[in-house]
Design a protein around this ligand. Structure first.
Ligand SMILES: [Zn+2]
Length: 379
């Protein structure tokens, strides 16, 4: 039951006898408000978000790659493509003079980045860029998300900072959805509030410098690392791939402000190195990785049919399908005779590759939860 429904119930209980009409009106109003809430549904009600969604807890050991043992058995991979760790670049405070540099980096390495935009600034000066600039980045596949309206400079309540910035970006970039936020850092009169952020966003980048764990991820307050790409003493690339390290299988979220001329060679070096490790490190936008984690944590995969010539799976997550639409990678142990595999979901072809380990073959199939049955067959 949502807050508005509870309110509606309370409202109904407190109306005096004879005020039935008013009571009905209130109930209708409450129902209307409930329908208009941006992220309704039990899973996304801020009141039902677990404490772990906002609070960092020391990471528990992340599971190793899973290798289902019987033909047809399936498991959801911790990260897309069954990679070991995840990596995102986020750029704050608009930083228009750096757009050409980042655009070139994106094209050269085939990566996409997330801009967290202060939405009242575009059009007010060169550094802040224009909405045309951000539409262009969006067209190139980059991710444009919110860094509040004013960076919490005091004219707006925290609710307005979160709500109006989301509305503004979605209005300026038609068809684009704003689902994540980066909390402004610094000491402001107006304070960040993850519970209010959760009314409008599915996840948020926090202001603390910890490595974001894959397990028990604080969705509404992730960590982030400034300074460089796997350059921190406590966030070396090797540590994310080392089963004995606490960073193992974690998510390196890089935070950039300006990328000055003298820092660019080092950034490019970092990207080149990540590219060399792309088989083990998933490079996704902040929003992609965050959504993947939330869907994965809620996902259930079940074998519906297990036949010599085909395997049918159901993949569900119980989340709002209008908001959670990122494909998850499911690993399926193939029957012994299968050398190849094609996948489809709800009759449409989906990405499917075959990997081998110790003489057994496994399919890695990408499917979106709650979008119909997943069927695997030999080619
Ligand atoms: Zn900022």
């Amino acid at each position: 039951m949502g807050l508005a429904q509870l309110e509606g119930r309370r409202n109904r209980q407190t109306v005096r006898k004879g005020d039935r009409k008013m009571g009905k009106l209130l109930a209708v109003c409450a129902a209307v408000v409930w329908c208009l809430l941006p992220f309704r549904g039990a899973a996304d009600d801020p009141a039902t978000l677990p404490e772990s969604a906002v609070k960092y807890t020391r990471p528990v050991k992340a599971p190793d790659r899973q290798w289902p043992s019987a033909a047809g058995d399936a498991s959801v991979c911790l990260w897309k493509g069954d990679r070991l760790a995840a990596f995102s670049i986020t750029i704050d405070d608009n930083n228009a003079p750096d757009h050409p540099f980042w655009t070139k980096m994106g094209e050269t390495y085939g990566f996409h980045f997330t801009w967290f935009v202060i939405t009242e600034r575009p059009g007010t000066g060169g550094f802040w860029g224009t909405w045309d600039d951000f539409r262009k980045l969006h067209q190139l596949g980059h991710d444009i998300q919110s860094h509040t309206v004013s960076h919490l400079h005091g004219q707006y309540t925290i609710d307005e900072e979160y709500r109006l910035s989301k509305e503004k970006i979605e209005q300026e970039i038609p068809g684009h959805r704003v689902r994540t936020l980066a909390y402004p850092g610094g000491n402001h009169e107006v304070k960040n509030d993850p519970a209010i952020a959760a009314k409008y966003y599915l996840g948020a980048r926090g202001v603390a410098g910890f490595v974001t764990p894959a397990v028990n991820m604080p969705y509404m307050s992730t960590g982030s690392q400034g300074g460089g790409i796997f350059t921190g003493e406590r966030s070396t690339l090797e540590s994310f791939l080392d089963p004995s390290h606490r960073n193992y299988r974690g998510w390196h979220i890089c935070l950039f402000h300006t990328a000055k001329e003298d820092a660019r060679a080092r950034i490019e070096e970092g990207l080149k190195r990540v590219k060399e490790h792309e088989a083990d490190i998933w490079v996704g936008t902040f929003t992609e990785v965050l959504l993947y984690a939330r869907e994965r944590d809620a996902a259930k995969v079940a074998v519906v049919e297990r036949k010599p010539e085909k395997i049918v799976l159901s993949l569900t997550d119980g989340l709002d399908d209008a908001l959670f639409d990122i494909p998850l990678t499911v690993k399926v142990r193939l029957p012994d005779g299968w050398k190849t595999c094609v996948g489809s979901q709800n009759g449409k072809a989906v990405s499917c590759s075959v990997v081998e380990r110790e003489g057994a073959r496994y399919a890695l199939v990408d499917a979106v939860p709650d979008r119909g049955q997943v069927v695997l067959a030999q080619q």
